[in-house]
Design a protein around this ligand. Structure first.
Ligand SMILES: Nc1ncnc2c1ncn2[C@@H]1O[C@H](COP(=O)(O)OP(=O)(O)OP(=O)(O)O)[C@@H](O)[C@H]1O
Ligand SMILES: [Mg+2]
Length: 401
């Protein structure tokens, strides 16, 4: 049951997004980026958008607001509707119902050539026989922009993406990262209010991908453009985006800053999709205004949650604990709750950190992410050692959906 007047910081339904935002804003008070975010004007308003392909519902009542100058990421598994939403924003696809406003104007009423939107495609689609300069100038020539203005704008944008010295090269004489920057220049030269990027990094290999991610953020920061980016890659979204939306099966499950979504996932899907986590299924066995106990068949000890939750006694929940919040020790921890006993089954050395796989008697594995410095101590737990995994009461997130 909901308890009026009691703040339930860690349990959210999808509809509680506004509460989450308010709470996070309060919590992150003082963080400039966050407060600037809330004050910015809206650029894109997606209102109850539905898209059906025959019987298939690709987008189901999607609503979303993107603010000016944001780099917003749409994240979700394959087929969840990311590209479909982007294509509707670009005007390549029409929504079955609902509407999209850009700067207050209904997109469907703006003829395609006047839409303040540009989409950068995955394959970049550069003209192979044209130089970098001509590729970038192409759209402006089509629009009949005067020649000297074209030259100026092309020079400026090539400077911005640091490709001026390659202006006369053909695309095949460029690296993947350089081609990507030309494609970006070609999109930006038209000065769109809204830039749509569908998997902008997917043609790049991992090493230059990471470098390009930062470059792209810097470039976009310098121009007056709002970006919506689609990606499969949650790390990419976390690094680049000011805010992100997690999508699944045509629906938006959660919207927030990378930090909000990681620390306060609102459902099992998001908790598992963004980063990795330990999930314990259980039921609420004691329900007080300021704390609850959850019993999980996976654990001998109860889970003590240091706040009330919205829901009845006996309600099934999942408790999420991030691997970096789990401690592993040879000694039994002093706390009465929030621990488990097991055996170290696997140690994955990842460089700066090591993943401990602690297997409980019932077979369930708890993953703990420990600094590799821990490994260098003499009494560091090792393979087949009996250990205790434990965590703080504040490290848990209770999920009801
Ligand atoms: N033109 C179309 N006709 C029929 N079904 C379509 C069409 N375009 C997309 N779909 C379906 O709609 C769903 C969403 O597709 P969409 O391309 O938006 O997925 P996505 O999230 O971008 O996936 P990916 O990450 O694989 O690119 C998929 O099930 C897809 O098969
Ligand atoms: Mg796609």
């Amino acid at each position: 049951m909901a308890r009026p007047g009691v703040f339930h910081p860690r349990v959210f339904k999808k509809s509680d997004q506004r509460q989450l935002d308010t709470m996070m804003n309060e919590r992150m008070n003082g963080q400039v980026a966050q407060s600037a975010q809330t004050e910015r004007e809206d650029l894109v308003q997606i209102i109850d958008v539905v898209k059906n392909f025959g019987e298939h519902v690709a987008l189901n009542q999607v609503s979303l607001t993107v603010k000016k100058k944001e780099l917003f990421a749409l994240l979700g598994s394959s087929g969840c509707g990311k590209s479909t939403l982007l294509r509707i924003l670009a005007g390549f696809e029409t929504a079955t119902s609902g509407k999209v406003l850009v700067d207050g104007e209904d997109l469907s009423r703006i003829p395609p050539y006047r839409r303040p939107v540009n989409m950068m495609f995955q394959s970049y689609a550069l003209f192979p026989h044209m130089s970098v300069q001509d590729n970038v100038a192409f759209g402006l020539k089509q629009e009949g922009v005067p020649k000297n203005e074209i030259q100026e704008r092309v020079d400026d944008v090539l400077e911005l993406v640091q490709m001026r010295k390659f202006a006369r090269r053909k695309p095949h004489q460029l690296s993947g990262g350089q081609q990507q920057r030309v494609a970006l220049a070609r999109s930006l030269v038209k000065r769109p209010k809204l830039l749509l990027l569908d998997e902008p990094m997917s043609a790049l290999d991992k090493k230059i991908r990471q470098k390009t991610q930062l470059e792209l953020v810097n470039i976009i920061d310098k121009v007056d453009v709002t970006c919506i980016m689609v990606t499969h890659d949650q790390e990419e979204a976390m690094t680049m985006a000011t805010r992100l939306a997690v999508m699944s099966e045509g629906e938006i499950l959660q919207v927030g800053t990378p930090n909000q979504v990681y620390e306060y996932p609102n459902c099992r899907f998001t908790a598992e999709f963004i980063g990795s986590t330990n999930l314990f299924e259980g039921v609420v066995v004691e329900d007080e205004p300021d704390h609850v106990f959850v019993e999980s068949p996976d654990l001998d000890a109860r889970l003590y949650i240091n706040h009330g939750i919205t829901g009845p006694l006996g309600m099934p929940v999942a408790v999420s604990i991030r691997p970096e919040r789990v401690r592993v020790s040879r000694e039994k921890p002093e706390q009465k709750y929030n621990y488990a006993r097991g055996v170290v089954k696997d140690l994955a050395y990842m460089g700066s950190y090591t993943l401990y796989h602690v297997q409980l008697e019932n077979g369930k594995v708890i993953v703990a992410n420990l600094s590799s410095l821990v490994l260098s101590s003499d009494d560091a737990p090792s393979y087949d050692d009996e250990v205790w995994a434990s965590w703080n009461e504040s490290s848990q997130v209770v999920l009801t959906s």
